[in-house]
Design a binder for this molecule. Structure first.
Ligand code: NAD
Length: 429
């Protein structure tokens, strides 16, 4: 047996190639869309607290802007690679097209270990990185946002650095910023909330454990859930599913996992407090510890991988015991695993759909920033729900039309939209 391909860019290109072939894209369009339009690598010095200077490497990759300005998060992680950032930038292009918002795709990353850096060091790193990439970003060019180990504070530093260099405040330069400087209500929870909406749509589709409360509001009492990753996406998805009546039976983060079978499952509000206090979900009272990746094998109705890529692979896909996998993370499932899950009739809500809530509300935030408007949280959440429901329906319809799986269906819709935009704009000059 050959070794499974785990290079995220090769995986994303492979998924795209498959779809491009089915859509019979013209050779030139196919070749154009399988590569990013622009890639910037920067090596830059940062003064550390002890007076030494450390050199960091960062990337900003812009995949495609046929449908609108580039959009995508910035990740701080020791394992960031250029190929990872390329893959994530391409995913952003498809995601924005799938949910019908007028953005292209980009992504950024800095190779660093934020857990081992002080707040001051992180601020200096952020400000220098933004200055380095400021030649290609801008409120109508490329708009960053949070991703793994970056948060609203990091976005505030990005806004401030960019604005200082311009000489005036530019709130449209980032999304996911704090409310006090123009962030949108509902943005912090948007990815987890969107993920919850996509799960409810899937349960509705299967007529499964779903109770209609009133117009468009549903409860999923008793549905069992396991969540890998307890950060922005995982913890919010867990909390919102819990509020809808689901029983969250297992949760994990980078330090370990916990399992609670009995009545009611985990008390998510208390678990969030515990994580804030101890910086980990481990040692939460009344739970059994799980070893790394064991969470993926927990028997449940819904599994939400919400950590990093390549978690469900050819090695462990046959041991997944969930009925639905909702990809809160980007790229958590390899193509080999996809095949196994599909053969086993496990329904996958692909990343480009399940975690699109973040970029949808980022779009709302950007619109508010450009127009100096403030929408209510209810408005934001309702609009998010509408787009998630429509996108889910369109993907399910495409799945039926093309007789394929959810990921291929989502890619077919997205790639066709981007390719149409490329075609109608024509090739310059
Ligand atoms: P985060 O930094 O807030 O949280 C990441 C979580 O994953 C942490 O709890 C961390 O402990 C955990 N983790 C890391 N390695 C792990 C491992 N090996 N096993 C289990 N848990 C592990 O990041 P986030 O913003 O929640 O992003 C998570 C995923 O969601 C990423 O794939 C990201 O690209 C994707 N995503 C995020 C957003 C967003 O708005 N934040 C939007 C779309 C997609």
């Amino acid at each position: 047996m050959t070794k499974e391909e785990l290079n995220p860019f090769k995986i994303t290109q492979h998924q795209f190639d498959k779809v491009a072939k089915r859509l019979e894209l013209k050779k030139g369009t196919h070749e154009y869309l399988r590569l990013p339009q622009r890639e910037l690598t920067v090596n830059f010095p940062v003064k550390m607290d002890d007076g030494s200077i450390e050199v960091f490497t960062g990337y900003r990759v812009q995949h495609n802007n046929a449908r609108g300005p580039y959009k995508g998060g910035i990740r701080y992680h020791p394992d960031v690679t250029l190929d990872e950032v390329r893959a994530l930038s391409m995913l952003m292009t498809w995601k924005c097209a799938l949910v019908g918002i007028p953005f292209g795709g980009a992504k950024g990353g800095v190779v660093c270990n934020p857990k081992k850096m002080s707040k001051e060091e992180l601020e200096r790193l952020t400000r220098r990185f933004v200055s380095e990439i400021s030649i290609i970003i801008g409120p109508d060019r490329d708009i960053p946002a949070p991703d793994v180990y970056t948060d609203a504070q990091v976005m505030a530093w990005i806004l401030d650095t960019y604005s200082m260099n311009k000489g005036y405040c530019v709130p449209g330069i980032v999304t996911g910023k704090p409310i006090s400087i123009g962030g949108s209500l509902g943005r912090n929870e948007a990815t987890g909330r969107g993920c919850m909406f996509s799960i409810i749509e899937a349960l509705k589709h299967f007529d499964y454990k779903i109770i209609k409360e009133d117009k468009d509001n549903y409860r999923i009492d008793g549905a069992t859930v396991a969540v890998q990753g307890f950060g922005n996406v995982g913890s919010v998805a867990a909390k919102l599913l819990f509020e809808k009546g689901a029983k969250i039976i297992a949760v994990s983060d980078s330090k370990g996992g916990i399992l609670k079978k009995g009545k009611g499952g985990l008390d998510i509000d208390k678990l969030i407090e515990h994580k804030l206090e101890t910086r980990s979900v481990s040692d939460f009272s009344g739970t059994t510890e799980l070893k790394s990746k064991e969470i993926l094998k927990v028997k449940c109705d819904i599994l939400v991988p919400a950590a990093l890529e390549n978690q469900i692979t050819g090695e462990n896909a046959d041991r997944i015991k969930a009925k639905i996998v909702a990809e809160g993370a980007n790229g958590p499932t390899t193509p080999e695993a996809d095949k196994i899950l599909s053969e086993r009739d496990i329904f996958v809500i692909p990343d480009v759909l399940a975690n699109a809530g973040g970029v949808i509300v980022s779009y709302f935030e950007w619109v508010q920033s450009l127009q100096q408007l403030v929408w209510t949280e209810r408005d934001v959440n309702e609009r998010l729900k509408e787009i998630m429901q429509r996108s889910f329906r369109e993907t399910i319809d495409a799945k039926g039309e093309y007789n394929t799986d959810m990921r291929t269906a989502a890619y077919m819709l997205a790639v066709e939209r981007v390719s149409d935009a490329v075609t109608i704009r024509g090739i310059f000059p």
